[in-house]
Design a protein around this ligand. Structure first.
Ligand SMILES: Nc1ncnc2c1ncn2[C@@H]1O[C@H](COP(=O)(O)OP(=O)(O)OP(=O)(O)O)[C@@H](O)[C@H]1O
Length: 250
């Protein structure tokens, strides 16, 4: 297991230049999202009100933080879950820069491998049995994690004020903020190329929030927040989804 001092390094892969006309380009994108379109669950009529988001295009570069904004219910969580291939979508292509000069799509990589590289971290961990250490053992036992670099989640979370003994407690005995930081530390320990963060500090006090931001700001992330000040602190770019299914990228 690598030490926390080496934590955060992600290898740079070379890939074809970006062709999106809707944004500036600097170097090689890590993740490309093209024409991502998701309908609301509904009657299937083809009009604007049936879409959560329509034809979303962006590139995410290494060490960039793309903040996702918009009112409740516009589809911020849904777009992260679509990118993670956890929720089906009507149209769109996601691809990830890989070693060599190519981008690979989820089905080319295999969905488990995609999800390990493009990892969705929910706002609150699901109700899990056992302790956080049991969860770490389970994550490490997944075959797709076998040959990946792993970091020590206990060490990562210690920097955020999580004492070692908390890892032996049952999940329900932990506070919301402790659960949130521990789940985030486990995700970071797997060293995904892209983190999809769903309000990662929503349960944290201001000091813990800043500590977590400090770590995450060095990573390649798509990050949902409702907090204007946080968006200003961490965003490289901002994707705003509007209630009419349009979006803007600033
Ligand atoms: N599992 C589901 N099945 C059906 N509809 C869902 C499901 N999850 C979310 N929705 C609906 O999809 C829409 C978008 O939800 P989503 O959670 O993506 O919004 P959001 O922008 O993240 O909201 P918030 O800011 O409140 O978290 C909402 O109308 C919601 O009710």
């Amino acid at each position: 297991m690598a030490s926390a001092s080496t934590y955060g390094a992600i290898s740079t892969s070379s890939a074809a230049p970006d062709t999106a006309s809707s944004e500036h380009t600097t170097g090689t994108p890590m993740l490309r999202v093209r024409e991502m379109t998701k309908r609301r669950d509904g009657n299937g009529n083809d009009n604007d009100s049936d879409y959560l988001f329509y034809d979303v295009n962006f590139d995410l570069y290494e060490n960039q933080v793309l903040v996702v904004r918009g009112p409740s219910g516009v589809g911020k969580t849904t777009i992260l879950r679509c990118i993670a291939q956890l929720t089906p979508y009507e149209a769109g292509v996601c691809s990830l820069a890989t070693k060599g000069d190519s981008f690979r799509k989820p089905l080319q990589m295999g969905i488990p491998a995609w999800r390990a590289d493009v990892m969705y971290v929910p706002q609150r961990p699901a109700q899990l049995a056992g302790t956080p250490l049991d969860f770490v053992d389970m994550v490490n036992s997944f075959r797709v994690q076998g040959d990946r670099e792993h970091y020590d989640p206990v060490e990562i979370a210690e920097d955020w004020g999580i004492a070692q003994e908390l890892w032996d407690k049952k999940w329900p005995e932990l506070s919301g903020g402790e659960q949130q930081r521990i789940a985030l530390a486990v995700a970071l320990s797997c060293d995904p190329k892209v983190l999809l963060l769903d309000e990662p500090t929503s349960a944290l006090d201001p000091r813990s929030t800043l500590l977590v931001e400090e770590t995450l700001a060095q990573r390649t992330c798509i990050w949902i927040t409702h907090d204007d000040a946080q968006a200003k602190r961490v965003a490289s770019r901002i994707l705003t989804i509007n209630p009419d299914a349009s979006y803007s990228l600033d």
